[in-house]
Design a protein around this ligand. Structure first.
Ligand SMILES: Nc1ncnc2c1ncn2[C@@H]1O[C@H](COP(=O)(O)OP(=O)(O)O)[C@@H](O)[C@H]1O
Ligand SMILES: [Mg+2]
Length: 311
């Protein structure tokens, strides 16, 4: 049921000349969860809206679903589900009414709508709220309604635009795990937009890192973390040190107290699982090293830095 998506030469220039996307190619496998990751304004939403059928690409761009050209097909004929940051629920309908909306407009018989709504309520753990007005729900519950509403018509593709951004950290983590489980059980092709690298790592089969309207790198979280294509990706996905030409992660370094050490401890910050140590040398270069919370070096201490051996 899920669909493979191809973009070919898809660019987007807004009236007035803002280039939101430079022409790009992108292949998304059937059933894959692809995360579009990048800072605000890099073109994530624009790309998602092209895939949804809410925007047309510039001339020459093509969107293909399972090889079929859908570039000019509007959203209601693409069979896609969408979830937005802002929930975008119908405030005058209760939870069940919202979830069933897309089924009713498709003319699905009442009994089938009721059956499918019950199934969605259960899947998103909302059964007890079926008759509740949506404005009497918490943010997390509202987003579960939006998710249930999007998947009720059994779309071929699910598109999510920063669905967790409006929620607080704790809830974000909880709902992220629910979405992850849901995407995996549905096996649906999903494209998930976020600016949060932890979310991207946790949910994705692959991440598409975007920088100013271009794809900077596509790969697994591991690929981006261990083999970033450029400084932008290295800096956006995790913290990094530059040692000459090389990028080295703080956890790949170890420090050793030494009176002749080249580095001086500036600050050591306890972060729970590890201590983040900031170092500086005589030339003013800076370095971050993460170490286990065993002995926290004092500011001013001289240390040597070595590469950690392979784990
Ligand atoms: N409807 C629009 N009209 C004009 N410019 C737009 C419109 N939507 C987005 N943009 C511009 O396109 C660029 C990319 O925006 P967007 O795709 O929303 O980025 P992101 O989702 O990564 O934050 C930005 O410069 C933004 O200001
Ligand atoms: Mg956006």
């Amino acid at each position: 049921m899920s669909v493979a998506i191809k973009l070919r030469g898809c660019g987007k220039t807004w009236p007035g000349g803002t280039v939101a996307l430079h022409p790009l190619d992108l292949d998304i496998a059937a059933g894959e969860t692809l995360v579009l990751l990048g800072p605000s304004g890099c073109g994530k939403t624009t790309l998602l809206r092209l895939i949804a059928g809410l925007e047309l690409p510039d001339a020459g761009g093509q969107v293909l679903f399972d090889g079929e050209d859908v570039t000019r097909l509007p959203i209601e004929r693409r069979n896609v589900g969408m979830v937005f940051q802002s929930y975008a629920l119908f405030p005058n309908m209760d939870v069940a009414g919202n979830i069933g909306y897309g089924l009713r407009v498709r003319g699905i018989p009442r009994a089938e709508v009721a059956r499918r709504v019950d199934e969605m309520l259960e899947m998103t753990r909302l059964t007890e709220f079926a008759r509740r007005r949506v404005d009497a729900l918490s943010g997390g519950q509202r987003q579960r309604v939006a998710l249930a509403r999007a998947i009720a018509p059994r779309p071929r593709v699910l598109l999510l635009d920063e669905p967790l951004s409006a929620l607080d950290a704790r809830l974000r983590e909880e709902l992220r795990q629910e979405i992850d489980a849901l995407l995996r059980s549905l096996g649906i092709t999903a494209i998930y937009v976020t600016h949060d690298q932890a979310e991207a790592m946790a949910l994705s089969d692959r991440i598409c890192a975007m920088e100013r309207g271009r794809i900077a790198q596509i790969g697994t979280g591991r690929d981006l973390y261990h083999r970033p294509a450029n400084d932008f990706v290295a800096g956006f996905v995790g913290d990094t040190n530059r040692l000459g030409e090389e990028l080295v992660r703080p956890e790949q370094l170890a420090l050793h107290p030494s009176a002749e050490g080249e580095w001086t401890v500036q600050r050591a910050t306890f972060l729970g699982p590890f201590v983040r140590v900031k170092l500086r040398d005589a030339a003013g270069r800076e370095l971050m090293v993460d170490m286990p919370d065993l002995a926290t070096p004092a500011p001013g201490a001289r240390v040597e830095v070595r590469r950690r051996g392979p784990a």
